[in-house]
Design a binder for this molecule. Sequence first.
Ligand SMILES: Cc1cc2nc3c(=O)[nH]c(=O)nc-3n(C[C@H](O)[C@H](O)[C@H](O)COP(=O)(O)OP(=O)(O)OC[C@H]3O[C@@H](n4cnc5c(N)ncnc54)[C@H](O)[C@@H]3O)c2cc1C
Length: 430
Amino acid sequence: MSAQAHDAGTTGLDRETIDAPLFAPDAFRLSDEQAALTAKVRAFGKRVVAPRAAFHDREATFPIENFRDMHGEGLLRLCISKDEGGLGADFQTYCLAAAELGRYCGATALSWNMHVCSTLWSGPLADELEMTPADRAAHRARRSVHYQRIVNDGAVYAQPFSEGGAAAAGAIAFGTEARPVAGGFIVNGKKIFASLSGAADYYGVLCTERAEGEAASRRNTLYLAVPANAEGVSVVGDWDPLGMRGTVSRTLLFKDVFVPEDAMLMPHGVYFQAASRWPHMFITLSPTYMGLAQAAYDFTVGYLRGELPGMPPVKRRMFPTKQIAVAEMRIMLEQTKALWFQAITEARANPSREQVLRAYAAQHTVMENANAIAVKAIRTCGGQAMLKSLPLERIYRDSRCGALMLPWTAEICVDRIGREALYEPGEKDD
Ligand SMILES: Cc1cc2nc3c(=O)[nH]c(=O)nc-3n(C[C@H](O)[C@H](O)[C@H](O)COP(=O)(O)OP(=O)(O)OC[C@H]3O[C@@H](n4cnc5c(N)ncnc54)[C@H](O)[C@@H]3O)c2cc1C
C-alpha cells in the first residue's frame, strides 16, 4: 500500500488547520523573499509531506517521493545561487524554511538538511572563506557541475560524516581516506548513520586526503561527492531506530572507490577552514527540531481545545493544570525560538567568541527543549493523544534524537560552553 493511501485520515491535523508561521515575518522582520519562501515550504510540508509521514515512520522507509516533489517545487535548489538556477536562499532563510518543514515530518526535514548542506557549504559558506584565485575559479567550475545535476535532474545529495569514533566530533582525522591517484582519488572507509543511504544519488563524504606514507591530519579533510552507483559503494546493515525512522540512516562502505577530481565539493583544506571559521555550519541540524518543538505545542493547543480533526470535539482546556502546562510549554517555546533566531541570524565567517558560545547554547536549547516540550505534551494531553493514529508520539520519538546529533550533541555543547567560557584560547592551569 502506498504512503498516501495508507495514511489518509491519520494526519488530519496537518491537512485541515491553517498554521501560522513559526516566525511571523513582521514580528521577526523577515524580508518579503524570506516570508514567501517560508510560506511556500510550510504549505508544501502540510499539503504534501505531512500525509506521508506516519507511513514512512512505521515502515522505516525513505520518503523519496517527497524529494521528487521537492524537486518540482524548486526546494532541492533552495540554496543554489540564482545565477546558477537556484532560489538563492541564504543561511538564515534556509534555517527558517527547514524549521517549517520539521513541523510536518522530522525525518524529511532532517534528510533535506543533509542535501541542502551540500549546496550551502559549497556555496554561500565557501564564498566567505579564503582561497587562492585559481582555487576559487576551479571550485566554481566544479560546484557548477553539482548544481546543474540538482537543478536539472533533481539529484539528491547525502552527507555522511559519522564513523562511530571521535572524528565526527571534530577530535581526530576521519578514518575514511581518499588516496590521490592520477585524475582523482581512491576512497576507502565506512560511514555509519548515513541518512538517505540507498536513496541519495551522491554521498557528500568527508574523508582524509592521504598520500602513501603521509600522516593523517584533520587539515587534509576532503569533501567529496561520491556517486551512489560508483563501483565499490555499498549500503549495509538494518535501520530500526526509536525515531527519525524515515531518514533510513544505514551504514555505507567504500571499497577502492575511484572518484574523479571534479567530485571535490570544496578545494583542498577548505573544509578544515570552514569548520573552524564558520562554526555555525553545524547548527543546521537544529531547524528540524525547532519545527518539532512548535508541532508538539500546536498539537497540545489543538487537542485541549477539542479541535483535532478525526477526534471527538471534547474540550479539556478548562482544567487549571492543563492551562499551567500549556503556559510552561509556551514559555519554553518562546525562549527557544528567541535564542535560536538570534543564533541563526548572526551566523557568519569569523564569529566572535560570544556568538559561538551563543550558537552552542542555541543548539543545546533547541535539541533539549524540543523533547522536553514533547514530553510535556504527552503528559498534558493524556493517553488518547499518544496513540499512533495521531502525530504526537512520532514527534516525541523524533525529538529524542536531536541531542544525539554529532558534531554538536547536547553533551558536547555543554562541554564546550563550560571550557570556552572559563578559558581564553590557549590558556592553561599551572
Ligand atoms: C536520526 C539520525 C540521523 C543521522 N544522520 C546522520 C547523517 O546523515 N550523517 C552523519 O554523518 N551522521 C548522522 N547521524 C549520526 C550522529 O551524528 C552520530 O554520529 C550518531 O548518533 C552516532 O553516535 P555515537 O553513539 O557513535 O556517538 P559517540 O561518538 O559514541 O558519542 C556518544 C555521545 O558521547 C558524547 N561525546 C562524544 N564525543 C565527545 C566529546 N569529544 N566530548 C564530549 N562528549 C562527547 C556525545 O554526547 C555523544 O552523543 C545521525 C544520527 C541520527 C540519530
